[in-house]
Design a protein around this ligand. Structure first.
Ligand SMILES: [Zn+2]
Ligand SMILES: [Zn+2]
Length: 324
């Protein structure tokens, strides 16, 4: 099983999780172009991805989502409230007259019919059905047509699947357990991934205001743990953020400080992981060395040094793939 962190931080998050048979991308928080570039750099084949999973609708987790999903033609897994919040976010807030709205709905219908015609891909049928012009145009450059639909409906995706935090689901040979996280989004979650064939467990837990009991128990028996270590408390307090933003980050629905992460590692963490990757570090209110030192000290206090290698995920470049 493999985890490749393509990017981590408030400017974009994305991670590949791969088992023997299944590959998923968790979050798509960089532009499609940048995500494809990062995958190339990290030797991850975008064409091999089976699905995209979304933790929550904040832009640093979804910036490239619609374009990437349409390009790769793979389904996107959300919780229903997260999907709804994302659609609302993607829909331009224009005021339309009733006539304009009717026109818009009609155009959408036509575009959908054109897409359906291509999906049922029988050229003869297309000719007979009278949608020959549209079908031919799409056949010529299907991607352009897809993007044309996207312009009218920026939230259109190849397929949407819903999961519920707290209820496990499967994609191929991966079992995925989404768990609710305390964060200021519609229905935020983290994920535990388990491969049936390899009995390895990997987890992603970032964007957490604090460590509630359900997250602490979800993070037991994890072999590779991507864990938030967002800010240094003093740097945040003395730093340049406006008061309201400082309050948000510090709140119980904001982000984990180095201290809070260390407290979890020292008190509640079971010492099981081969690798702990610190992620979602603030570029303004943290220093990588501080986060690393704080986590390493916390683990040292546990007296279990076997395994437990602490690594730092980066904002600007992928972290080398971790395979177990
Ligand atoms: Zn985030
Ligand atoms: Zn967030």
């Amino acid at each position: 099983m493999r985890m490749t962190v393509l990017a981590s931080g408030s400017k974009g998050n994305s991670t590949v999780i791969a088992s023997a048979e299944t590959r998923v991308l968790v979050d798509a928080g960089l532009s499609c172009r940048e995500l494809l570039k990062r995958m190339k750099m990290a030797n991850e084949d975008p064409a091999a991805l089976d699905a995209i999973l979304i933790t929550h609708e904040h832009v640093d987790h979804v910036a490239g989502l619609s374009v990437l999903a349409r390009r790769l033609r793979i389904p996107v897994y959300f919780s229903e409230p997260t999907h709804r919040a994302w659609v609302r976010q993607m829909t331009p807030r224009t005021t339309m007259s009733y006539a304009q709205w009717l026109h818009h709905v009609q155009k959408e219908k036509e575009a959908r019919a054109a897409l359906d015609a291509v999906e049922t891909a029988d050229p003869e049928m297309c000719e007979k059905s009278g949608s020959i012009q549209i079908a031919a145009a799409i056949a010529e450059d299907e991607e352009d047509a897809l993007e044309a639909v996207a312009k009218r409906d920026p939230a259109s995706l190849p397929a949407v699947e819903y999961f519920q935090p707290g209820t496990s689901f499967c994609i191929g040979d991966l079992t995925i357990a989404p768990f609710t996280t305390p964060h200021d989004a519609a229905d935020p979650c983290g994920f535990v991934f388990e491969s049936a064939t390899e009995s390895i467990r990997m987890a992603i837990a970032t964007d957490l205001g604090y460590m509630p009991p359900n997250v602490r128990s979800a993070l037991q028996r994890i072999d590779v743990l991507l864990l938030e270590s967002n800010h240094d408390l003093e740097m945040l307090k003395d730093g340049p953020y406006p008061w309201a933003v400082k309050q948000r980050v510090l709140s119980r629905v904001g982000h984990l400080s180095n201290d809070a992460t260390a407290e979890f590692l020292a008190r509640d963490y079971d010492g099981n992981a081969t690798y702990i990757i610190l992620g979602h570090l603030s570029e303004t209110n943290n220093v990588p060395e501080l986060a690393l030192l704080s986590a390493e000290e916390a683990i040292r206090e546990r007296g279990k040094l076997l395994g437990n290698r602490v690594l730092l995920a980066h904002q600007s470049e992928p972290l080398a793939a971790i395979s177990l």
